[in-house]
Design a protein around this ligand. Structure first.
Ligand code: GLN
Ligand code: ZN
Length: 761
């Protein structure tokens, strides 16, 4: 049996790629230097996998920003407005990823969306009516040859035609169907070129196959592959799926001439049944995704080996594989110096997963694996009871009643009361919470963490920042203020650190998008609040201003979704535990005079099952009530806000309304405003603040742009329900651009307030 890796983390053990890219963006290093960094990292990644004995090592899984954008570049899918800038190839690429504002013009970034059910975000390629999809990039071959020169045979990885076709946005009159022949042609050319280079295997990633597929989808899939596959003469094609099972298309796949099919046994609930029911052909390799590429717990060898054994008994030729790319787990455990071995023993990050693959192969070949030391050690991890249970938490959860999930009075009534009590102007302006985490803020926290500052000094510094931030916001003229979140490194980590039941790593970074990485906490045990978390900061901030200070919390669903969740209890139970902890914090803030409390659910949509039929029962039915549990205890005049990143909730609008918040802010500037129509259609009751500008890009939108955005919104949203805000927190931005943008935003709101809107004239 052989072993395969679907993809490997690309940012480096210590985020080397991130730092090099950011230096390049600041013009501190040359393009050449950035490319050198990439090359060195690839070499390390390939050698690490080679040394671990991986047989199918991926290439072209490396990316300077995003693999979907790479694939778009490979096929020349570049909208005109970027081409017209006449930037270098690399800078055109970055302009699409992050926008460009400079000597050669001003252009916004492409939209960004969550990558299936992960916290990774991809860039949405745009296809215009006159876009010609044809092979134009060289990255795939360059990287293949680069590995080859190092003596490493790799399988290039590329997003497959069906998934790419699904993920693109078609901005012209021509529908997506119109472009199918061009997609086919592009991939045909790709295969031909691979043949020229004598590449033995290529991996087509087709995660879209794990989503619901109807008759038309199946037809497109066939149309594409029935034409592309015959062009593979020498080269073998691995059709790789992940993040679920392929129940709609499995019976087709096994009849098509793929050399290998990669299936996910971790998230694919039906994967095993499909094989049982339809069998698996002897002329293909089954790439069995049995080592979880998304979570950090050790593989339970007993279970994996049992599955491998049954597959073997069925006579299937199996390659043991990760369940998805290791992009979604941190690189290595080696740099974790502070966690005790009793914890560390339970974890496997990217490098350790390679080790697991190798050990599993050894065990699968053993006469009787039960007798092997590595097997026994692994069994021990799963047989002993883990410290981390808390009876109090379980009891409290048991006592929660149906009524605890309901806030009274009804929203419409609260709305009236809040209008009166809060005294805000029409189109109130606010921000999402964080202000730029400038060097001094980070340095202060780092020094405190290293023990070089007393707690008192650390707090004093942050208080100074808060005071400055409030002064600035008053100057800019914002209506609802925030304290700036200077004490937070990350919106989830910060709460995790103050809650019981979480563990933290030092260097376990995971790429979220481009150069942005997150360090998710690990939920180890039952979660509870030890003491108030944000109250002192919010109370201090409120004491400095007569304007309303918004308290800022992270919601239970997001805390769970951006942590590595437990696998020994259900997600539902974990979320409910966290909800009770946040509820305590909400009530404490209210008790201390905070009138508006924002409970961020940035990641609410993230774990929405990929198949619609699973949405309600397997997610919304417990995620939405958990959110309500956090705020159902407040007074009617306390205004509850929530914030979601990405407006991709067109299909779950009733569920979002059901969160029963008073106000929701969300990203709308980088994707289109179509959501607003849907809100109207669904009679959405919650007040809304669709982001009027994109904070993921350094560009400064003009007052006119803000006005234009607001005017569009006013066509679709009732005036008394519209809020004015950026689309997300400002922590990744620099202060100068933030201030300029907010000034323009506030000025935009003022103009719109004072003028009779177009549509009413
Ligand atoms: N309140 C958070 C902030 O402003 C929200 C961040 C987010 O939505 N990702 O940083
Ligand atoms: Zn956000």
């Amino acid at each position: 049996m052989k072993i395969s890796v679907i993809g490997f983390p690309r940012i480096g053990t210590l985020r080397e790629l991130k730092f090099a890219s950011e230096k390049y963006f600041r013009k501190e290093i040359t393009a050449q230097e950035l490319l050198e960094t990439g090359k060195n990292l690839r070499k390390i990644h390939w050698n690490t996998q080679k040394n671990a004995g991986i047989h199918y090592i991926p290439s072209n899984d490396f990316s300077y920003y995003d693999m979907v954008l790479d694939t778009a570049m490979l096929f020349g899918i570049i909208p005109k407005r970027y081409k017209e800038r006449n930037l270098s190839e690399l800078d055109t690429y970055f302009a699409m990823a992050r926008g460009y504002q400079g000597d050669l013009g001003d252009v916004k970034a492409l939209a960004m969306k969550k990558w299936f059910n992960t916290n990774y975000h991809y860039i949405v390629p745009e296809i215009e009516d006159d876009t010609v999809i044809e092979l134009s990039g060289n990255k795939l071959w360059e990287e293949y040859l680069e590995a080859k020169a190092l003596g490493i045979e790799t399988k290039p990885v590329v997003i497959g035609p069906y998934t790419l076709w699904k993920l693109c946005q078609y901005t012209g009159k021509n529908s997506s169907d119109y472009f199918i022949p061009m997609f086919i042609h592009g991939y045909e050319e790709l295969l031909k070129k691979c043949e020229e280079f004598n590449i033995p295997w290529i991996q087509f990633d087709e995660p879209s196959l794990v989503q619901d597929m109807d008759k038309d989808d199946l037809a497109v899939f066939h149309k594409m592959y029935d034409l592309i596959l015959p062009l593979a003469k020498q080269i073998r094609i691995l059709l790789q799926t992940y993040f679920g099972d392929v129940r709609d298309v499995y019976s087709h796949l096994i009849k098509m001439p793929f050399a290998g099919i990669g299936l996910d046994f971790i998230e694919g609930k039906e994967t095993y049944n499909l094989i049982e029911t339809y069998g698996f052909p002897k002329d293909k390799l089954l790439f069995a995704g049995l080592v979880n590429g998304k979570n950090i717990w050790r593989n339970h060898y007993k279970k994996t080996l049992e599955i491998l054994r049954t597959l073997e008994e069925k006579g299937m030729e199996t390659v043991l594989s990760t369940s998805c790319s290791l992009l979604h787990v941190p690189y290595t455990l080696k740099n974790e110096k502070s966690l005790l071995p009793e914890y560390l023993d339970h974890f496997a990050f990217g490098e350790e997963k390679l080790e697991e693959l190798k050990e599993l192969i050894i065990l699968s070949k053993a006469e009787d694996y039960h007798l092997e030391e590595i097997y026994k050690n692994n069994e021990k991890l799963f047989s002993q009871e883990r410290k981390g249970n808390n009876e109090e938490v379980k009891k409290r959860l048991f006592l929660v009643k149906e009524d605890d999930y309901i806030r009274l009075p009804k929203r419409a009534e609260r709305h009236k009361l809040q209008k009166r009590v809060l005294g805000l102007p029409e189109l109130p302006t606010t921000t999402i919470g964080s202000f730029p985490q400038t060097k001094d803020v980070k340095a202060n926290r780092a020094a405190y963490r290293r023990g070089e500052l007393l707690e008192k000094e650390y707090i004093e510094f942050n208080k100074k920042k808060i005071a400055e931030c409030i002064k600035k916001q008053e100057e800019i003229g914002l209506d609802v203020l925030v304290h700036g979140e200077y004490e937070r490194n990350d919106m989830v980590e910060y709460f995790g650190e103050s809650l019981g039941g979480f563990l933290f790593t030092e260097k376990a970074w995971v790429q979220s998008y481009g150069t942005r990485c997150v360090k998710p906490p690990i939920i180890w045990g039952d979660v509870y609040r030890e003491k108030p978390i944000t109250v002192d900061w919010s109370v201090y901030a409120q004491s400095l201003t007569k304007k309303i200070m918004k308290g800022m919390l992270t919601g239970p669903v997001t805390i769970l979704n951006w942590s590595f969740p437990r696998e020994d209890i259900s997600i539902k139970e974990s979320i409910a535990q966290i909800a009770l902890a946040i509820r305590d914090e909400v009530l404490d803030l209210e008790k201390h005079g905070i009138q508006i409390i924002q409970i961020d659910e940035a990641a609410l949509r993230e774990k929405l099952p990929l198949r619609k039929s699973d949405w309600q029962k397997e997610y919304l039915d417990f995620a939405i009530p958990a959110f309500r549990l956090t705020h159902s205890g407040v007074k009617p005049e306390t205004q509850i806000h929530t914030h979601m990143c990405y407006s991709e909730f067109t299909h779950i609008i009733p569920a979002i309304d059901d969160m029963d918040a008073d106000v929701i802010t969300f990203e709308a500037s980088r994707s289109n405003l179509q959501l607003l129509d849907s809100l109207r259609e669904h009679h959405f009751e919650t007040e809304v603040g669709p982001g009027v500008y994109d904070i993921h890009s350094p560009r400064i939108p003009s007052v006119e742009e803000m006005v234009a955005a607001l005017e569009v919104m006013l066509h679709k949203i009732d005036r008394e329900k519209l809020w004015v805000n950026p689309d997300c927190g400002l922590k990744t931005r620099a202060m100068a651009e933030t201030e300029a943008s907010l000034r323009n935003m506030v000025e935009g709101a003022r103009r719109v307030r004072s003028q009779t809107p177009e549509y009413a004239k």
